[in-house]
Design a protein around this ligand. Structure first.
Ligand SMILES: [Zn+2]
Length: 353
């Protein structure tokens, strides 16, 4: 039996003829999910009386209910019993090590919560074990039944030698090497040293260059209005610290994506209500926002996953703006943007989309 991992599904470029044959009704699908309503994230509608045709681990087509059995009497059916079929959730910014578990263990909780793709930054283990730690995480991630992409740790060590004894020193050359050897390295991770970036520090900008010259997005982490302009000018494409109204305003107008971070109410990661209040009160478009989890204790993985964050967001936004469009799978926008930027759209989440 084939182990179900991201690599168990053949690349799209090898399957286009087969998918076209199935979608056209010339070849039977492997499986039909019947009795379903389908959430279309393209048109933001729930479509009734549909069935989903699947082949080779990919969705070949969404058809009117009953279409498959009119052509093939014996095609395998799975009755969704009126449930909603939706794309998997995408978490654009997380740190697996914060949960003190391996990638495979993390995948178990994430999948149960409906998350099928994550973009993780392994800077915690990078701080302890340098490249060897990051690569150990990547090797483990390849065994997981979850699409796991790496945003390469950008700020290791995280502080100076006077403040801590770090086990890692990820230089621009080491970061460039990680990009070149690991195809799942699709972006630069949380560039936390926003002061050196703003001041034009040579090493910080060499690390930015390692990502930018390969066409990779750059994740950020900034706080302070005085830093936003230089940060955006340096190629940083997102941040998840935007609870202050003025900073959020500056970030959005500078073209920086804002990831709204949700977490358990008793933890420091519970900035979602304030972040939503901020963006809503600004009257800003939601188009360049997404939700993320960032960090989770292992105990909170099941109860406070990305599905919980989406649900919280839904309640908060309805309460504040009564504009339903706000709540539609914003995390998916983050995925589309990142993978398109990285030229990896076909590789992302083949099982879920
Ligand atoms: Zn983070």
């Amino acid at each position: 039996m084939t182990r179900l991992t991201r690599f168990a599904v053949a690349p799209l470029h090898t399957m286009t003829r087969r998918l076209a044959d199935v979608a056209s009704g010339r070849v039977a699908p492997n499986l039909v999910i019947s009795g379903a309503r389908v959430l279309s994230t393209y048109t933001e509608r729930v479509l009734g009386h549909r069935e989903v045709w699947i082949t080779g681990g990919r969705v070949a087509a969404v058809k009117p209910a009953g279409a498959a059995r009119k052509i093939w009497r014996d095609v395998p059916l799975y009755d969704a019993a009126g449930g909603i079929v939706a794309p998997g959730l995408v978490d654009p910014h997380i740190h697996i090590e914060s949960s003190m578990v391996t990638a495979c263990a993390y995948a178990e909780a994430a999948l149960l919560n409906g998350t099928t793709t994550i973009f993780c930054d392994s800077h915690e283990i990078g701080n302890v074990m340098d490249v060897a730690g990051v690569e150990a995480m990547l090797e483990d991630a390849r065994q997981a039944p979850l699409s796991i992409f790496l945003t390469v740790p950008s700020t290791v060590p995280a502080t100076s030698a006077e403040l801590e004894t770090a086990g890692g020193d990820l230089t621009p050359d080491k970061i460039a090497d990680l990009f070149d050897r690991w195809p799942e390295a699709v972006a630069l991770g949380e560039k936390m040293d926003f002061v050196p970036v703003t001041l034009g520090d040579e090493r910080s900008h060499a690390i930015l260059a390692a990502a930018l010259k390969r066409g990779r997005p750059v994740s950020g982490h900034v706080y302070g209005r005085e830093f936003v302009a230089a940060y955006a000018a340096s190629g940083v494409t997102d941040t998840h610290e935007a609870i202050d109204r003025d900073i959020a305003d500056d970030l959005l107008d500078a073209g920086v994506w804002v990831f709204l971070r949700g977490g358990p109410p008793t933890t420091p990661w519970h900035s979602l209500p304030q972040a939503i209040r901020t963006v809503t009160e600004l009257g800003a478009s939601h188009k360049r926002t997404a939700v993320c989890t960032d960090d989770r204790d292992a105990d909170d993985l099941f109860l406070f996953g990305l599905d919980w964050v989406c649900a919280r967001r839904s309640k908060l936004v309805y309460r504040r703006s009564r504009r339903g469009r706000w709540v539609r799978c914003m995390a998916l926008r983050g995925l589309a943007w990142r993978t398109k930027s990285a030229g990896l759209a076909a590789a992302a989440a083949p099982i879920s989309c």
